[in-house]
Write a protein that binds this ligand. Structure first.
Ligand code: MTE
Length: 317
């Protein structure tokens, strides 16, 4: 054995290329190469291993939702409470110029144009499952920057224990705000270690395109191990706080929607079970989409369960 052949492939190939190659092999897409090498002779049926999620959780191998479904079946109450309302009404939202105000317990604060906020940051690709608290889920390829990279620029102080997020609230552009369906502006929050976790994404696009307005243009959160309502859309304000911030759904129904809202099949919503979900993916009709078991932390337990060590997740739902 030469020195070189003892080095694992992961060390001589850039990690992203190596992981992608494993996915391709798993998906059977490498078959033509094997055929060229004379390996296609076997008469036995070949078992193709299902491609696995990347170990960091950044890319799930689950079948993806179609763009048409992900951009037409939405929750964005500022544009109406019906699933089709956001796609119908969100064209009214003016997403440029877009200013985000950074406030609270940080050395640097101020109002920043979106370009300046994200300046110099490389946009990353993530493929995440998103599980809505209502019992449906999607698999969406997002583009964005890790929230941690943005937050660190503002040097949060030791008092910054939480981060609060606020959506745009403009009654002229957002017809759904005429109804007091939830407390406006839509607001959400994360504990600082959740906000700094590498899976937490500030997304600017999906499916390789700029974010559609109905999905939260130009800037939204995606927190894949929590119920979808934590993934707040069209963010205009980020505040570092010492106290746990208020969140819209918790203000409305505290016994139904907790601050943490980690996906948990063992803790039912007071009005329905959370044990399974309707997976809207591939070409299946939305109505007859497959029902699958919901996983703890939406399948991201190996990445995030340690954040909640010692916590009673029934109490801190
Ligand atoms: N953000 C705002 N500002 N307003 C909303 O009504 N709905 C939430 C979340 N973010 C919502 C929001 C809910 S309930 C879900 S399930 C997800 O957005 C849905 O994201 P999607 O439409 O991109 O699938």
């Amino acid at each position: 054995m030469t020195e070189l052949s003892r080095i694992p492939a992961s060390e001589i190939t850039p990690e992203s290329v190596y992981l992608r190659r494993r996915e391709l092999i798993g998906a059977g897409l490498a078959t033509p190469l094997l055929a060229l090498a004379g390996c296609s002779e076997a008469k036995e049926p070949v078992t193709v291993n299902r491609p696995k999620d990347s170990p960091d959780g950044f890319r799930t191998a689950d079948i993806q939702t179609r763009f048409e479904d992900a951009s037409s079946y939405n929750n964005f109450y500022e544009f109406g409470t019906g699933k089709a309302d956001p796609a119908k009404n969100a064209h009214r939202l003016r997403t440029s110029p877009w200013v985000v105000s950074i406030e609270g317990e940080a050395e640097i604060t101020g109002a920043y144009h979106l370009d300046k906020l994200l300046k110099g940051m490389a946009v990353q690709d993530r493929i995440y499952r998103l599980r809505c608290v209502e019992g449906w889920s999607m698999v969406i390829p997002w583009q964005g920057v890790p929230l941690a990279e943005v937050l660190k620029r503002f040097k949060p102080t030791s008092k910054a224990k939480y981060v609060a997020f606020y959506s745009k609230a403009d009654r002229e552009q957002m017809p759904g705000m005429a109804y007091e369906s939830i407390p406006w502006p839509y607001r959400e929050g994360l504990r600082i270690d959740e906000a700094m976790h590498p899976l937490t994404l500030l997304a600017t696009g999906m499916y390789g395109k700029p974010m559609p307005n109905q999905n939260g243009a130009p800037l939204r959160l995606v927190v894949p191990w929590k119920y979808g309502f934590k993934s707040i859309k069209s963010i205009v304000r980020i505040v570092f706080t010492e106290k746990m911030p208020q969140t819209s759904w918790n203000m409305l129904q505290p016994e139904e929607y907790g601050f943490y809202s980690n996906v948990n099949p063992a803790v039912d919503h007071p009005r329905w079970s959370q044990a399974s979900e309707r997976r809207i993916a591939g070409t299946e009709s939305k109505l007859f989409a497959q029902r699958i078991a919901t996983l703890p932390f939406n399948g991201y337990a190996s990445q995030v369960a340690s954040l909640y060590k010692g916590m009673d997740l029934r109490k801190w739902f």
